[in-house]
Design a protein around this ligand. Structure first.
Ligand code: NDP
Ligand code: 8X3
Length: 250
């Protein structure tokens, strides 16, 4: 039987690349995000019968539960959940931070991940197996100036990944965490609210990761034998040594 992977934030960046990567490994994909037109493009690229679109905002718990409840029977045997949807909003010292940005990061990166997990888990429990891959960050292991609430949200993902692994170990459900360093996606455009010039400067002077690099790691993780769980992997550009130390040639 074809395996099914649900990927949140499949409209862009790491989630989009992961959808293509897992599809190339034979998975059927439940692709989620708010931008339906992009899910449509993804579906056309992979194949109409191989992708099921679910459009919802992860912040809206009713919408998450409703979307999951709407899944046709044939799409309910989810084996892999990639909790990828997330972003940074703003980059400011705590004294200047925007309350709306803080709400967005905590609501999307932490609460959204929990809502989706809560909705998917019964489907995995019914099968007695499953694999949850949470996309954390190097920002969940370290903090950097002005990163305050984004880093806190990713530290929460780190704690939740460890906690979920403990809670689910008796149920045969694997929990893995992927912690990327700098990846060139729409991430910085979102962080800087559409200022693409400022966003581009984040990736100048060194070679960042591409979304495909992270997607390939996720593809490797979910295709390990049943008895193997790659619990936690940090993936960095060769030019990055820590959250703040980069080999930048300016
Ligand atoms: P992108 O901005 O390219 O993609 C973010 C994805 O998240 C989009 O598909 C977006 O879909 C989705 N998303 C954002 N907000 C919501 C929401 N409220 N409801 C539903 N979906 C949402 O960034 P990346 O691919 O880089 O980011 C993916 C993950 O990787 C994030 O968790 C990020 O924190 C993490 N990460 C990124 C790194 C980087 O340097 N780029 C490094 C380390 C971790 P849509 O807007 O259509 O809803
Ligand atoms: C994204 C990487 O260093 O911009 O999580 O926070 S960083």
């Amino acid at each position: 039987m074809t395996k099914i992977a649900l990927i949140t934030g499949a409209t862009s960046g790491i989630g989009y690349a992961t959808a293509l990567e897992l599809a190339s490994k034979g998975y059927n994909i439940i692709a989620t995000g708010r931008r339906q037109e992009r899910l449509q493009v993804l579906q056309e690229k992979i194949g109409t019968d191989k992708v099921y679109q679910l459009v919802f905002d992860v912040r809206d718990k009713e919408a998450v539960l409703k979307a999951m409840a709407s899944l046709p029977q044939a799409w309910q045997q989810i084996e892999v959940l990639v909790n990828n949807a997330g972003n940074a909003h703003g980059l400011a010292p705590v004294q200047d931070g925007s309350l709306d940005d803080w709400d967005a990061m905590i609501d999307i990166n932490v609460k959204g991940l929990l809502y989706v997990t809560k909705a998917v888990l019964p489907l995995m429990q019914a099968q007695g197996k499953g694999h949850i891959v949470n996309i954390g960050s190097i920002a969940g292991k370290e903090v950097y100036p002005n990163g305050n609430v984004y880093c806190a949200s990713k530290h929460a993902v780190d704690a939740l990944s460890k906690a979920m692994r403990m809670d689910l170990v008796q149920q045969g459900i694997k929990v893995s965490e992927v912690n990327p360093g700098l990846v060139e996606t729409e991430f910085s455009e979102v962080r800087f609210k559409g200022d693409s010039e400022r966003a581009a400067t984040v990736y100048q002077g060194y070679q960042p990761l591409q979304a495909q690099d992270v997607a390939e790691l996720i593809g490797f993780m979910v295709t390990r034998p049943a008895h193997v769980n790659l619990a936690e992997v940090m993936i960095l550009p060769t030019d990055q040594a820590s959250a703040t130390i980069l080999n930048k040639q300016q």
